[in-house]
Ligand binder design. Structure first.
Ligand code: GLU
Length: 476
């Protein structure tokens, strides 16, 4: 099988998670089958194009770890790969359809079309059907659109990779515009022509495009082009089962937003791959390479994929644990810097902070919250911690003893601190939880946290002594 698949973004905005999923599944499919992955820019909706749209799409795909074999920056013999650079092809095939009687020039103005629409609505029609007014009109010296003449009583059926057989009747589709008066093709026409000329073997795309498929099939059939195999992926829905959209509350949905929050590209890659696809194993954490190896289009699901932010956090957490310390520092540093936390700190301090907190991180920006929770005031005792301390006999004696030892240490490093805690335990007869929990509470106000001696060292002697004194005050 000669696999050629494409991702065909319209540069009308940022890379949305739904589009990223389309790109990713096409990419996985191509790589799995040793085929080619093509990125084609569908920019014919000129009014909606945004200046940075193309670059935004391509740079974020690259960031996600998706590369391509052919696109505007990589010629593969069937370019150009930007639809506005292909206008002569569309013109050529539209003329060919007119020649063979399968399309015709339509001279109706917008006002006339509006009037027909209103008439049809008034007579109860639920959708607009162009009444073929211009079908047999002689050629005129006036601007015209080109309409496809939809075949009568024809059934358009295709075996969808994901949804089985899908059928449409031609009566439900009116003669539609393939070329607008300004010489720009409509999406369905350009898409069908390009899929054919670019020898696309499989079209994997969102379910919202399924109603476009019969129009694209009409064009392909009329011109004698081979039909690709289609696979329409189910919607991505929020936790209430609604299509993920701008109305889905505070859910992040654009790839740039995840990037800005410090999610890792390989974790997003992993997460997106599980939106509508599942591996034949219980495991969930995969590298991009492992996903390419495992990808199997027969395991694409036909039911809506739920966007579960908790799962994304879990996967990102898992991928963060796989980072080397240098990589984790690179991930966290920008967030610390933008909060001014690193200003008076040396690089070793930053490394140690990240090293201590890496195991607790779900995403990069969270380093700031964790820093505030453990290292920056105001220092207060959580209720549970205060109660534990009050119920621990000998806590005050222990903390008083430890305070003296910490004050006296020559070097305030984790090893020396560890010894001091041990000795304080011995001197006061406290051990295990009775020893470590009061110390942890006295220096962080909490019952859980990172490695104790390292946290104490990183906090610095002055802060630690202040915190222990403050805790002792509450015990009096
Ligand atoms: N340009 C279309 C979009 O952005 C692509 C549709 C397709 O894959 O055929 O939705």
């Amino acid at each position: 099988m000669d696999v050629r698949v494409r991702y065909a973004p319209s540069p009308t905005g940022y890379l949305h998670i739904g589009n990223a999923r389309t790109a990713l599944f096409n990419y996985l499919f191509a790589r799995r089958h040793g085929g080619s992955f093509i990125v084609r820019i569908e920019d014919t909706d000129v009014a909606r194009n945004v200046d940075t749209g193309v670059e935004d799409q391509l740079s974020l795909l690259r960031w996600l770890g998706i590369d391509w074999d052919e696109s505007i920056d990589k010629e593969g013999g069937v370019g150009p790969y930007r639809q506005l650079d292909r206008l002569e092809w569309y013109r050529h095939y539209a003329e060919a359809l007119i020649e063979s009687g399968m399309a015709y020039r339509c001279y109706c103005t917008d006002e006339e079309l509006e009037a027909i629409k209103r008439e049809q609505e008034a007579s109860g029609a639920d959708r607009f059907h162009y009444p073929r007014r211009c079908l047999d009109k002689p050629e005129q010296d006036a601007p015209y659109a080109i309409r496809f003449k939809v075949p009568d009583a024809t059934r358009y059926a295709f075996d969808d990779l994901i949804k089985d057989t899908v059928t449409f009747q031609s009566e439900d589709i009116g003669d539609w515009v393939i070329m607008k008066r300004n010489g720009i093709p409509t999406y369905n026409f350009a898409c069908a022509i390009d899929d054919a000329l670019m020898k696309i073997s499989h079209v994997l795309r969102g379910e919202d495009h399924i109603t476009n498929t019969p129009r694209q099939l009409m064009v392909l059939d009329a011109l004698g082009f081979k039909r690709p195999i289609y696979g329409h992926m189910p919607l991505i829905v929020d936790k209430d089962g609604r299509k993920l959209s701008k109305r889905s509350g505070s859910v992040l949905q654009y790839i740039s937003q995840f990037k800005e929050r410090g999610f890792l590209p390989e974790a997003l890659f992993n997460f997106i791959a599980l939106l509508g696809w599942s591996p034949d194993a219980k495991a969930e954490v995969f590298t991009p390479g492992a996903l390419v190896e495992r990808f199997d289009e027969n395991r694409l699901s036909g039911s809506p994929a739920t966007f579960d932010a908790g799962k994304l956090h879990y996967l990102n957490h898992q991928h963060i644990q796989r980072l080397e310390l240098d990589e984790a520092v690179a991930l966290c540093r920008p967030f610390l810097e933008s909060e001014g936390i690193t200003e008076d700190k040396d690089p070793a301090w930053v490394r140690e902070l990240v090293s201590l907190l890496q195991e607790r991180l779900d995403y990069g920006a969270e380093i700031v919250d964790l820093y505030h929770a453990f290292f920056k005031g105001p220092f207060t005792l959580e209720t549970e911690a205060r109660e534990f301390l009050a119920a621990t006999d000998g806590a005050a004696t222990l903390l008083g003893d430890l305070k003296g030892r910490l004050q006296a240490l020559d070097t305030f490093d984790a090893d020396a601190i560890k010894q001091a805690i041990k000795q304080a335990g011995k001197a006061t007869g406290m051990k295990g939880k009775q020893l470590f929990m009061p110390v942890r509470i006295a220096i962080s106000g909490r019952m859980k946290g990172p490695d104790l001696p390292r946290m104490i060292s990183l906090l610095g002697r002055e802060t630690v002594l202040q915190r222990v004194s403050k805790t002792l005050d509450t015990l009096e």
